[in-house]
Design a protein around this ligand. Structure first.
Ligand code: NAP
Length: 275
């Protein structure tokens, strides 16, 4: 079984992001936050740190957990119109009553570096150029980096969120995989997932995917990040059990996560260089 780590790829993408950032003006990413959720704040701080490392300025625009939807909308609209800002991202969770999907429509698609605006998803679905959500793009980048053949192969994505499952299904289709998408109402999940030559789990349930869900030799990508008993992170895939069946498997942490952050930075550098 091959472990598909993401650290080496993430480092290579950061090098590209740095070169692209240096080629343009001063790229600037604005991350809008309206939460006091510690895990979320930790994530945005880690983005800011990684951005600084590749020469991208990163502003954390913290509206606080009591922010009203109109305030978030106004902030996204203002940042979208600011010529000094090249990438705009809306971090979840949001306060009750605020919908990320509705609010993300205020992000200029040319600055939508995390592919959150429904227009970006629509363009992806239509096969037109758009920024894909960084996590979905990270899964594709990992598959390519590890030279996983996609054309004509059976791919199963578990999870249909607009940030991971749906855009990923379109990206896989674009690469000529035969794609099935599963979700919470899928009957006999294991019967479907065990048909996959490439299986992606993007659910948010620790250990959901066990050995019985995986075909011998399958490539398994674990997008899930769930709190582990030891205070760290664990994926949706039961790593120990599935390692005995799969041909290749991503670890959590150290798989999709680092590639996601690196791609967000590369998207920002690209947004700054758009004609
Ligand atoms: P989400 O919006 O909560 O979507 C979860 C999806 O899983 C839904 O489509 C849901 O189905 C489906 N689901 C729930 N229970 C299921 C079950 N028992 N069997 C089959 N499908 C089931 O989550 P998300 O934002 O897509 O995130 C998914 C996971 O990825 C989370 O762990 C998140 O933390 C992680 N994530 C990681 C990164 C990274 O960079 N590594 C980035 C983003 C997200 P329904 O649609 O029917 O409800």
């Amino acid at each position: 079984m091959k472990t598909l780590t993401g650290k080496e790829l993430a480092a290579a993408i950061r090098v590209q992001a740095q070169a692209e950032a240096a080629a343009g003006g001063q790229p600037r990413l604005a991350v809008v936050v309206a939460t006091d959720d510690e895990a979320s704040l930790w994530y945005v701080r880690s983005i800011a740190k990684a951005a600084a490392g590749v020469g991208i300025a990163c502003d954390l625009v913290d509206l606080g957990p009591g922010a009203r939807p109109e305030q978030i909308d106004e902030t996204l609209t203002r940042l979208s119109g600011d010529p000094g800002v090249h990438g705009v991202m809306l971090q979840t969770p949001l306060p009750p009553g605020a919908s990320a999907q509705w609010l993300a429509a205020a992000i200029d698609p040319r600055k939508d570096v995390d592919g959150a605006n429904p227009l970006s998803l629509g363009r992806l679905a239509a096969g037109l150029p758009a920024f894909a959500p960084a996590t979905a793009a990270a899964v594709m980048a990992l598959l390519d980096h590890h030279q996983v053949e996609l054309e004509g192969r059976r791919a199963v994505v578990v999870g249909r969120s607009t940030v991971v499952g749906k855009p990923l299904a379109h990206l896989l289709l674009d690469r000529h995989a035969t794609v099935t998408v599963c979700h919470s109402r899928t009957r006999d999940l294991a019967a479907v997932t065990s048909t996959a030559e490439v299986l992606v789990a993007a659910v948010g349930r620790a250990g959901l995917i066990g050995a019985g869900h995986v075909a011998p030799g399958a490539v398994v990508i674990d997008v899930g990040t769930n709190p582990a008993d030891d205070g760290g992170l664990t994926g949706d895939v039961d790593f120990e059990a599935v390692a005995g069946v799969a041909g290749a498997l991503t670890p959590v942490p150290g798989g999709v996560g680092p590639v996601t952050t690196a791609l967000l930075l590369r998207h920002t550098a690209r947004a700054a260089n758009l004609p």
